[in-house]
Design a protein around this ligand. Structure first.
Ligand SMILES: Nc1ncnc2c1ncn2[C@@H]1O[C@H](COP(=O)(O)OP(=O)(O)OP(=O)(O)O)[C@@H](O)[C@H]1O
Ligand SMILES: [Mg+2]
Length: 241
């Protein structure tokens, strides 16, 4: 079942064509990796699909409803309730402890602080963060901070999680662990994942790779599928829910 789709997406920045007619459909609980050279339009595609940016032409549908034509206020509400985001730098609020960072999306949608923090704390053990609930982002490693960002993205039970180079600032082994966690955690929660990455082994965790070149999606290459991520096998992810 298609959860999110972009059809004929076009986006210009002045004379530059960032998207030149992109079609992309994402199924329920599917993990899609978006790859391609720098400047090819990956982030622009993600921003159009996520309702952060309006395409110049084309349509975006979420669960059958057209969303690109909604006004800024409704798109913003949609982003908060239906989408989760993980960026290269977690963009956690430095003055808040980890559990309150995770609780924030729930509080913004009206859950009381107490209930939101309680719900947030249930995520820590499953993400290997037990005991770190009260640390501030500055007291976490890069990988731990990204796991807090993953929890924050998932806590409102979104339909789709968007991640733009989520492991770009991590070393390779930590990046693989984090990516594995991101893919498994979104899948376990029934959410779809759209992840931009430059790392081909990271893309190996996903169900499908979409290649973007010059603002277009390239047809899938002929030949063997991607090899599994080389050598490094992180431990299985424990799940409590
Ligand atoms: N806000 C903007 N204003 C002007 N041009 C932009 C803007 N955002 C993107 N572009 C241009 O659109 C094209 C696609 O940019 P985009 O950020 O989507 O690429 P990308 O594939 O994400 O690259 P990278 O791998 O470097 O992040 C580029 O030519 C870029 O310079
Ligand atoms: Mg980008």
């Amino acid at each position: 079942m298609t959860v999110l789709s972009g059809r004929g997406l076009v986006k210009h920045f002045g004379p530059a064509v960032a998207l030149d007619g992109v079609d992309l459909a994402v199924d329920r609980a599917e993990a899609v990796a978006i790859m391609g050279p720098s400047g090819s339009g990956k982030s622009t595609l993600l921003h159009c699909l996520a309702g952060i940016m309006r395409p110049d032409a084309g349509e975006v549908h979420l669960l059958g409803q057209r969303v690109d034509t909604l006004g800024e206020r409704r798109r913003s509400a949609l982003r908060r309730s239906r989408f989760g985001f993980v960026f290269q730098f977690g963009q956690l609020l430095p003055e808040l402890p980890a559990d309150e960072n995770v609780a924030l999306p729930l509080m913004l949608d009206g859950t009381s602080r107490r209930a939101a923090v309680k719900a947030a704390q249930t995520w820590f053990a499953a993400l290997g963060l037990a005991g770190m609930e009260h640390r501030r982002p500055g007291e976490l490693s890069g990988g731990q901070a990204q796991r807090v960002a993953i929890a924050r993205a998932l806590v409102p039970r979104p339909a789709v999680v968007f991640a733009d180079e989520p492991t770009g600032a991590l070393d390779q082994a930590t990046g693989h662990d984090t990516m594995r966690l991101l893919v498994e955690a979104t899948r376990h929660n029934g959410a779809s994942l759209v992840v931009v990455t430059h790392d081909p082994s990271v893309a190996g965790w996903c169900d499908r790779v979409v290649e973007v070149r010059d603002g277009r999606v390239r047809p899938p290459a002929e030949g063997p599928p991607l090899p599994p991520p080389g050598g490094h096998a992180p431990p299985p992810v424990p799940w409590t829910s």
